[in-house]
Every structure is written in C-alpha cells, then in structure tokens.
Design a protein around this ligand. Structure first.
Ligand code: MN
Length: 294
C-alpha cells in the first residue's frame, strides 16, 4: 500500500469536548466545535448530544425559551422524548422519536424549544441531537424556512446480509432520496448496525465525513469508536468509501457534506462570515427585526 493510500481514510476519534445545559431542558455533550473542529467538519458547525437524560414529571416544561438565530440551520433529531418548537415566522410543531426538524434560520428567526407539555407532565427520558449546518454567504440573508420531517417520511434502506438498516434523512442511498431539502449538498443518515456485521458507505467525493456513535461500538476504517464519540475521517482522497464494523449493536449518525469554503464568524446563536455581520445581527435582533413569539 502506498503512503497516499495509508493516509486515505485516516480516522480520528473525539470524546465530547464540553458539556453544559441548554436552557434548563437539554443536558448536552458537545462534540464540535469544542474539539477545535472547524474546517474538517464543514458544512457542519456544531453537534450537541442531549441525553439520554431522565426528566421527572413537571407542570412547567423544561427547555430553552425565546432566543434568535441567524446565518445557518438548526437540525434537531429526536431519538427519545418529545420536543415542541415555536418560532417568530409562525411555524410550530412537535417532534418525537424518529422525527427531524430542519429549521433554516437564514436572515433570522426567534424561537423556543421546549419539552412537549403533556410529555413533560408525565416525565421521561430525552435523547436528541442538535446539529448546526452552515449555509453559504449567498443564502445567509434569505427567508427562514422550516421543515418538519416525520419518521414515516424517512426512507429506510435495509443493509445487505441482515447487517441492519439506514434511514436517509438527507441525500440518496441506493436510489432512495431523503426528504430534507438542503442548501448545499449533504448526506445525513440514521444508521443501525448490528454486532458482527459490516457495511460499506460510498459517500460522494470531496465531502467532509464524520460519524457520531450514540450507542454501541464500531470500527471505522479499522479505528474503534464507542458511545458518545465522534469519528472524523480526515481524508482528501477523491473517494469517499467508509467501512464500518459493528462490534456491538450500534446507533450512528452519519454526516457528510460538501465543505463551504468561506470564513466563519460566530457569536452565540449567530454564524456569519465577518465580525461586522455579527454586530449587525445583534443590532437587528435587539431592534426586533427577527420578530417575536406571539
Ligand atoms: Mn435554537
């Protein structure tokens, strides 16, 4: 094997880089940017892994109250529990296990993300991911958009030899197209891989690629990754093949996307290209230009 081939598909595994509570309802472990991952995972900006956390019954739903976003998308994937969302553009919805909410903040929205009221009144375990996806300069100031993607809308691809299955949230696998409309090319899969089995993922050339293991244990191109770990494939090869082995039954989020080669300026809930644009975002939010919750 040549040196080039040895470096092809090189995998680095990261543990959560920080943990905190978002509002009072999402106990999260952050995988990036807290691991100083930036260009390697573009167009993805942030991955927070919430739970699994048990929340006792309460009449006042926990969560995160009214706050803004501008310049990117928030993608919420629920595995356990129920999350209710409401925004200043008039969108509202509840998502549960298997559902995805793909919110394009773009020029700006104000929203709240709470445990669903009746679910909160019973209490239960919440497990979810929030992924922030960058959008290019040309789309940062376009109108907000909201996609609620129900479990039943997400096509399921059975893996060969009973290795498990894969749900296509975005992108295409074996001719099955995921329902999410994305601004730049993205592949996003909910993969369930069985112990002792292997799957080969053929991802488009030139995409950044990362895998987050929610539970179980896998090998990614030979490198071990376990619960709450992120495997980043550092590779500049033209080919995008990843070989996964299940060491234990595993739940894995597969993320791949065409990198957005633009400067990133971040400030809390705003992600723009320049500091000046961030200052403008703060000013616009304070002036009420991103709206309010009714
Ligand atoms: Mn938010």
């Amino acid at each position: 094997m040549s040196e080039v081939e040895l470096h092809r598909g090189q995998v680095q595994v990261y543990k959560p880089g920080s943990q905190h509570v978002v509002g009072d309802g999402f106990h999260v472990r952050n995988l990036f940017p807290s691991n100083d991952l930036d260009r390697e995972v573009s167009p993805f900006l942030m991955l927070d892994y919430a739970g699994p956390t048990f929340y006792p019954a309460t009449e006042i739903p926990r969560g995160v109250g009214e706050h803004p976003h501008r310049g990117f998308e928030t993608v919420t994937i629920v595995y356990q529990g129920l999350v209710a969302h409401r925004d200043s553009a008039g969108h509202a919805g509840v998502i549960g296990p298997g559902d995805v909410q793909w919110m394009t903040a773009a020029s700006g929205v104000v929203h709240e993300e709470l445990h669903e009221k009746e679910w909160a009144a019973r209490g239960g375990t919440l497990q979810a991911i929030q992924l922030w996806v960058n959008i290019p300069k040309a789309s940062k100031m376009s109108a907000p958009r909201y996609q609620t993607i129900g479990d039943e809308q997400i096509p399921v691809v059975d893996l060969a030899d009973g290795a498990g299955h894969l749900r296509v949230i975005a992108g295409t696998v074996e001719g099955k197209q995921g329902p999410a409309n994305t601004i730049t090319p993205i592949e996003l899969y909910d993969l369930r891989l069985k112990a002792g089995h292997t799957v080969t993922l053929d991802l488009p050339a030139g995409y950044n690629r990362a895998l987050f293991v929610l539970s179980g244990r896998i090998r990614v191109n030979g490198t071990a990754a376990g619960e709450a770990e992120l495997a980043v494939i550092h590779s500049h090869s033209e080919r995008g093949t990843i070989v996964l082995n299940g060491k234990e039954d595993a739940v894995v989020l597969v993320m791949a996307g065409e990198p957005i080669e633009e400067p990133i300026a971040r400030y809390g809930p705003f992600v723009m290209n320049t500091k000046q644009e961030l200052a403008q975002a703060v000013q616009d939010y304070q002036a009420g230009k991103m709206g309010h919750l009714s």
